[in-house]
Each structure stands twice: as structure tokens, then as C-alpha cells.
Ligand binder design. Sequence first.
Ligand SMILES: [Zn+2]
Length: 1019
Amino acid sequence: MYRYGEDYADRYSNVNPVMASFSDLTEDIVPSRPPQKPAHTKVIEDRSERGRPSSGTPSVSSTTYRSERMPFVEPKGFFISYWRLFWLVLLVVLLVLIVAILTAFIDSPRRGSGEVSGTAPPTTLDPSIPYHRPRLPTNVVPKMYDIDLTIDADDREYSGSVGVTVSCSENTKYIILHSAFLTIDPDKVSVSRDGYAEPLDVRRQFYFELHQYYVIEMENELEVDEEYRIAIGEFKGVMYQDLTGLYISEYTDVNANLRKVIATQFSPTFARKAFPCFDEPGMKAIFQVTVDHPRDYKVLCNTKVALDRPSAVSDTWQVDVCEATPVMPTYVVGLVLVNPDYRSMERIRPDGFQIRVWSRSEVINHLDWLLDIADRSLLFFESYFTRNEVIRKSDHVAIPTHMFNAMENWGLVTYYESNAVYNQVTETIRAKVWTAIISVHECAHMWFGNLVTMKWWADVWLKEGFATFFMYEAMEVLEPSWGMSDIAAVEIVQDALIRDGFVTSKQMSDPAIDEVDEIFANFGWTVYYKGLSILRMLKGMLGTEAFDRGIHTYIDRYKFSNADTGDLWNEFTKATGGSLDVKHIMDTWIFQKGYPVVTVRRTTDQTTGQKRVVIEQSYYVLKSESTTINYGESRYGYKWDIPFTYVTSSDRHNVVTKWLYANTTSETFDLPGDHSNNWILGNIGLTGFYRVNYDIDNWNRIIRQLADDHTVFTPVSRAAIIDDAFALQRAGLLDTQTAMRVTLYLTKEDQYEPWLAAIRRLNYLYDRLCFSPIYGMYEIYVRGLLRDVEGAQGWTVNTDQENIRAQSLREVILQAACKYGSDACVSTARSLFQSFIESGEPVEPGLTRVVNTVGIMYGNEDDWNKLWSIALAGNHVINAEALAASSIPWILERYMSRCVNLSSDCPVTRHQVVGQVGNNVIGHTVAMDFIDDHWNDILATFYSARVFEDGILTAADLSNTESGLRVLESLLGRTSESHPAYSVLEKVIEKVKINVEWTHAYEYEMRRFLESDEAKSVL
Ligand SMILES: [Zn+2]
């Protein structure tokens, strides 16, 4: 699934560290892209109570979502027969009497503790008891499910039955399945030896809510090498609009009728919410699904509907029988019931393979791009793997509400609607790219995840890293003119480097992950962005041929089965013919957080006069002075096996690789020829996931080369030089003067990648300096850098609409030019805004954000109210950022109040509002005061780390002072440790400490640079 959410619009928020959160996220249950219509916005508030139990008192809410507005059904706890109940009641009465007598005489401190009934989890877990362990035992595994569901969209309750054929690999009395919020009728549960009708004796069956288990304890042991049939004859579930399990998605059609779609979201652990099952990725099986439903709904399932037959429920119902699936994990089982308003478009290949796209009728005409790209994506992967898709049809369904950007149910991909829709009249080329890469990502999952599945969620990067990697690899083939590989280097790899540079980041694969919350939290930027980055480095290391060979044998060997990270590395090692121990190398990148900085120093051998280069590695990490690094916490001591690549100015097309291993401190090698005036450049093409620092002479030579002829370096290399210089400066590894001098050449820069890197870093400095006396000088300097490139951008419709890099450059540059107060930029944007507000004439999609932001920043109350009304009407997508740009404090206060209050309409993503107000220089104090004043309400309303990390608490990004720090520390003191906001606050406090220290340490240095002749030369 694609969870890590930036849309084409949010992508640009990364340009601005004001809005980007440079630390890892832990959760995301909010669709990332603003919905087309406010009515579709079902955000986090719907599932506000989610948390882990306080120790010793686990409860059902510990591992699941609750809803304020949609109360969940508490599963009944413990099914026993009546005669047992009688004896149990008698026993309890006797025990109560005994306890009462004893407590009259003994003052027992232990009174009231301990297990009180079969439903309450014990206060301590005993790992010798199978259902006390958080993971299913592997001695009973499913082979085939028969799932029958009876679903009426007008009735939230549905019913079903499940039959599972299991095999037993070790004698056991326990059959343990997952079940969450389902009511299972115990009288209709039976277990029999496969092929025999006679049921075996069940001693007891009960829920173990802590782990969302349903436990069937047999009278006698199941026997090894035998197969059994578990029949759960009846269970009931309830569908909510909570985006998990089997859920209801509602919308209003063009005739103002309320419509419903029934959809599923099972990944990662929500299949158990729809039907009892062995809900772990290692428990793969065949699924045969049958759905009894009203005939006016159409059933879409993973496979083709094999036949329909009459329903026993009513004449107006029918039963659809879906073909059996291939062997696959529970989390990719999918089901969608679409109402008669839904439409489809299809392509049928000569071999009969059918690709269809589905959406509500109002937007179906904008799904043609999705149909095209999904078809071509699948063809790309079929060609790459030289094997056909296993399921010979592929449905792609736009759902009005969706937890993630999209979900890769095998044969039945679901999309958050606005990700599937591309309207070429109203949307930018980036929206087109976004729809394309989301679709490619999901199609890649048919192989990575569906065909070959990770053994356990700790290795989720195995599917998400590959699917993200192929988003860009496939686009290089499908749309070569877009240049997506270079864009990935700057937008994804550099973003991952920035995020992974904090002491608070997490390793990509953590074998300790067990609990549901941990599984969910693991779907963060690390598995997607760092996953892509690491695979990119591996490809660079092995070469395309060996890399492809490794992937092919990995897929072939583990198809319809499971693999872990080690299995993948073994296939790559074999692909190299054993010349590289890929596992040894790559484990250093997977099993520890962060990354290294390689320092390059040139020396001269005193005796021979030979020019030499010494490279050494150290852990790159941003931390406050009060934080210490425990090198022992990493099994590799924060050392990596690094494939260091470099070129020299005298031989700049010859990329040389030198290995710097984790067990060595440094390496030395000779430089041939005369290098008295030449430079050396490391990490060519940004293929390595590390930073490079140089001796000051070499930095000066690189700066001189940039000034003389920057095109000697590729745009990606220029972006890498800029980003490394500022990252090193921020960590105290490079002096401010040198880092700033790297920017001097930007007056001549006209390419997207270096500008994206530069503006991201310049905006970080904006955040640090915006309240400083030297800000005026800084603003003039940045305007000077931007002057020529701004002048080259147009404000009218660009004829080269398909040139993604040119379009992206224009958006980035114009946003920056207006941010730094360019008169020409501001006046054009204001005039376009006024004509939009007055005439309703839409602005060109690529300019909407900058025009609305500037219009509101310089506008009055009337302007704000009009834009708010336009946003509410839903005909135009309005960014939360634009409404947050007002310079009138009370309007900002009102805006935040409206959007934090769930009962008020809010046409933008609610949790972004406070953060974006906080990133407005005028709004910063207003937002911090608002958070301070309303903290308890905010905590009660929002319950997701992502919402705080990439939303509300980004308001602190402009905080550079001790007083700002004190506000955050006071918030921490008022937050329960069990609330997801707590750990986010800890990270934010660490970041603000770093920022405060930065401002203290470097403001003077910045002034010195800005007053230098070199800086003045660009004004
Ligand atoms: Zn994915």
C-alpha cells in the first residue's frame, strides 16, 4: 500500500522545511491529499481513541480503533455451555464467601488483583501459554478458506461463516485465530478431521482480547501431519465509516442522493475485523469468497466472479461466488460492493486479460489516465519478470474515503479517490505524475508482497521499499521524458537523508516488532523512502544486470511463499557470483538507524610526493548538546559498509568505487596525475545513502568550479553538493562561510534538482532567521539568488505542459520568490488572486498555491472569507496553507478554532491547519498560544502520531528561543505518556533545542557572510 503520504501538492511542502517535518513519522491514518469535496473528509477524528494499555490493565482498546461517533461492539467474552455456567456461578459464589470471610481478618494488599474471569487478560503474560504470545503459533497453519458473507449496505451489521482447512505440524490442543470486534456464535464452531463429518471435542473457546485472538481449546490434541477443518458457522460484524476491515464509504451523488460503497482495508491487521482468520503475513492460504447481497450492488473481488446464484434472503438479492485466489496473505484479500451510480472503463488485452477502473459516475471520465497507466505498469512488470500476472484481471477502484493513498489487494487495487482521478484541465502535471506513480507502486506489489510476502511485518520494507523503488524505475521506461530517476534522487533520497539524520530516527527493520501498534507504526517514511534509497545504492553497487538477476531469482524462489531480508540478500550474493557478501554489507544499512558521513582528505606522501586520498567514516547525526549517543545500542556501532564512489576533475567521467568497511576506520588510496588545482567529488549521482565532507581546499575548488562552469557537475550532483554542505553545516562539520559560499553560483542555476535542494535549505535558514535582526539582509540575498531564474519563469500557461521538471521548477521558484518578497512575484500573484476571487476564473493549476497564499497574505478579511467559501463549495482544491497565510491574527485564530472543532465544517485537512498557521511568521505566536490554550482539547480530538508530527506540532518549526522551548516542555508535562503526541513532543523538543543552539552558534556567522563582498555581489 502507499501510505507515506505526500501528494503532488504536499510534495512541495517539502521544499519548505517550515511545513516539512524532518523526523520520522509513526502513523498515518489520514488520507494525505485534500479531498475534492468536504463531505468525503473522514479524518482521524473518527478513530480518536487508540492507544496502548497502561501496564497490567490491557483492554480491547489497546490494539484497535474506537470511534466517538460510531461506537464499536464489544465482543462477548467467553462462551461456555449452560451446565458449565451453573457450576461456575456456584463456584464464584463460594469463592466470594471465602474471600469475604478471609478479608474480614486479613488486610491483604493483593486484594482485587489477579484474573477475575476468562475474559480478563492476566496481569502477567506467561510465554509458555500459546495465546499469551503476541504472534500466532506456527503449529496450525491455514491452507484454504471458504468465506461466506451476507452484506446489506443499508444495515451496518453483516453476518458470515468461515471454514478453514488447516494443517498441523506439531501436536497441540490450541487453535488460535484472530478476531477483532466480531461476535462468534460458539455453538456453531466445530473442528473435525479433514474429510470427516464427526466433530472433535472442544474443551472451551474464548476471546483473548489483548492479542485479538479467538482461542479454541480442544479436548484432545490435534495430531502432527494431519489436516483439520475449522468451521465457524456464524459470526456477526459491524461496518463503520472507520476505513478499516469491511467499511462503509459514503458520498453524495450528482442528484444529491446519499450513496454507499462497501470496501475493505485489511492491511496491515484489519482482516481480523472482517472475518476470523490467521491474520499474519506468514499465514498464506487460498481464499474462496462468496457474497450474498442486494442485486443492485455489484461485487468486485480479488478474482473474477465465477457465478451468481439465487439468494435465500430475498428475490432482490443474489449470491456471487468469486473464483479461488492464489495462495496469498490475509492482508491482500479485498472486496468492494459498488452501488448503481458506479461506472467503469475497461481494456481487454488480446489474451483476455481485463483491466478495469471504477469510480462514482461524476468522475469516471477522469479515470482514463489511471486505466492507461495501470495497464502499462502491469505490462512493464510482466516484461521485467518475464511472467504473467497470476490473477488474470485487474480492477482499480476509486473509493471516496480510504485510509491510505491506495491498497494493493491482489487483482483489486483500491485508491483514495482523488489519487485515482486526474483531470488534465484543472490539475497540474504533478497530479498526473502522482496518479501514475501510485498506480505503479500498487502494481509492483502484485509481485513484491502479494506473490512473495515478507515472513513478518518487521520486514515490511521488503515490499514497500521495492514498490517505492519501482515507482521511479518503471516510470523511467513508461515515461522516459519525465526524468523521474533524477527527481527521485532529490525528492526521495535527500528527503530520507534529512529525516534519517536525527538521533530520534528508527532502523528500517526491527525484529522486535510484535504488537499491532508497532506493526502499524512501522509503515513510515523509513520503509518507503529509505527503502528506495538503499535499493538504489545496491543497484549502483551491483550493476543493473546482477541487480535484476538477484530480483528475478528472489521472486522465482519465493513465489507463493514468504521471505525475509536475509533471503533477499542471499539471492543478490548469488547474483554476484559470490564476489560480494551482500548480506554482510547491507545489514549495516537495514539494522541500524541513520547513515555515515564520509570525510575526504587529500594528503601527500612525504617520501614519494604521491598525492593520496584518505577517506574515513563517522555517524552523521543531529542532536542537541544535552543528548548523548550510545554507540553500543547499535550492533554495528554506527559504522557502515560503504561503497564510496568518486570522480576527479581530471577524469570526471570515470566513476571509481572504493570500499570503506564498518570494521575499518579509514582507507587510503593514490590519486594519479597532478591534482594541485583539481577537485575530487564523492557519491556520484547521489547513489549512496551517505553524505560527503571534504578538506577545505577541496570545498573551495568545488565552489570555484561551480562559479566557473557549474554544468560540469550534473544537476543531481549539484543538488547533492548543496544539501551536503548545509547538512554538514547544521551538524557543525562545515563552517557557515563555506556552506553559504556554495549558494553563490545559484544566480546561474536553472535546473529543478539543485533549486529544490537549495530552497529546502534556504527555507530552513528562513525559519532560523525570520525573527532575527539580520533577516532583512538574508531576504535580500536570497532574492538576489532568485532574480534571474524568477525572471525566466512565466505566469501564463506554459506550452510545455508535459515537461515535469520545467513545471516543477516554476512552482518552486515562484513560491520562493514570493516568500522572499520579490515585488514582481507578489504583484502578479495578487492580481491573479483578485481576478480569481472576483470573476471565479480559475488560475492555472500549477500556480494555485502561490497565488492563493500571496492573495491571502496581502488580502483583507473579505478576501479570506471568499476563499473560505470557495473551499467549502468544493469546486476548487484550496490548500490549508493558503488560508493560513493571513496577516490578520484574529482570522488565524478563528480559522484554527473552526478546524479543530469537529462539529464545524473545515474544507481542508484539519490537522494541517494549526501547523501551517504556526509557519506563518505573523501566525507563529498565535498558533503556539492556541496549542497551549487548547492542548487538552487537541489531545482529546486527535490520536495519531502522524497528525501531530506532520501536522499540528510543525507549528513549532519556527521556534528558535528558550521561551518557545518552555511552551513545548510544558505541553509535555501535560501529556500522558500513552498518548501518541507524547513521543512526537519529545522529538519536537529535541529539534527545537537543536534550532535554538544553531541560532545561538551561527547567527553571527550568517551576518558575517551576508556582509561579505561575495554575498553583496549577488544583490
Ligand atoms: Zn505499498
